[in-house]
Design a protein around this ligand. Structure first.
Ligand code: ZN
Ligand code: FE
Length: 254
């Protein structure tokens, strides 16, 4: 059995740490210090590093971690991440024998040209693609790519726990309520997640079932979302790509 622990890093990043009593693997170490402190405090041996995409707030800590211990570094192939030892893509697997788990790799481009997710043990590590009640900005990809990536993730089982890269949840729920003011599940989610934040706790992981019920970036087929996109655009569109792109653009300006 493994535990999955959030290590807060930088401004609002989480470094997800998969651990047993003796070993740990980290996802997206944007800085090394919180990881090294946690490993020392818990007397854990680092056994793998997993990166979802090349942004510095997800890979910045890797060189310093490697200076402390040489471990395999997984990440998207053909991307500018100099420290990768195991470039991977869709269909590849990531065996972590020290933890007794094997994760599978999904290609989910959109936020960056190549961006991957790691999936296994009913958990999804999705970096900056799917956020709790939101999605990443389209820095290097198109709305079509992001929609395909989110659709791929949304096809995983309802109970899948979503471990994303940032604590953006409350702001995302606020925006989602602008898109779907009548969505009761959103109001319930806001109340719960506000209480979590007030207690200093992460709002993550969420579940995919919850995301399907509340995340506007998975809900571009809903009449209420289409109506709000039309209002934003001041035009009548029903093409899913245009609805999605409108919601994404609206969020960028919100
Ligand atoms: Zn990013
Ligand atoms: Fe990020």
């Amino acid at each position: 059995m493994i535990d999955i622990v959030p290590l807060p890093a930088l401004k609002d990043n989480y470094i997800w740490t998969l651990r047993t009593a003796t070993h740990a693997a980290v996802v997206d170490p944007g800085e090394a210090r919180p990881v090294l402190e946690y490993l020392a405090r818990e007397r854990l041996e680092l056994c793998a590093i997993l990166a979802t995409h090349h942004h510095p707030d997800h890979v910045g800590g890797i060189p310093q971690l490697l200076a402390a211990k040489r471990v395999p570094v997984y990440g998207p192939k053909d991307e500018p991440i100099a420290t990768l030892t195991q470039p991977v893509g869709e269909g590849d697997t990531v065996p972590i024998p020290e933890l007794g788990v094997t994760l599978s790799v999904l290609d989910i481009p959109g936020h960056t040209r190549a961006h991957i997710a790691y999936y296994g043990v009913e958990s999804l590590f999705c970096g900056d693609t799917l956020f709790a009640c939101g999605c990443g900005r389209l820095f290097e990809g198109t709305p079509e790519q992001m929609m395909a990536s989110l659709t791929k993730l949304a096809a995983l089982p309802d109970a899948t726990k979503v471990y994303c890269g940032h604590e953006y949840t409350l702001a995302n729920i606020g925006f989602a309520q602008q898109v779907e003011p009548q969505n009761a599940a959103l109001a319930a989610r806001l109340a719960r997640d506000r209480a979590l934040r007030a207690a200093g706790k992460p709002t993550l992981p969420s579940t995919l079932g919850e995301e399907r019920a509340t995340n506007p970036f998975l809900r571009w087929r809903e009449p209420a979302v289409i109506a709000s996109a039309n209002k934003y655009l001041g035009a009548r569109v029903s093409d899913p790509v245009r609805v999605f792109a409108a919601i994404r653009e609206w969020k960028n300006r919100a």
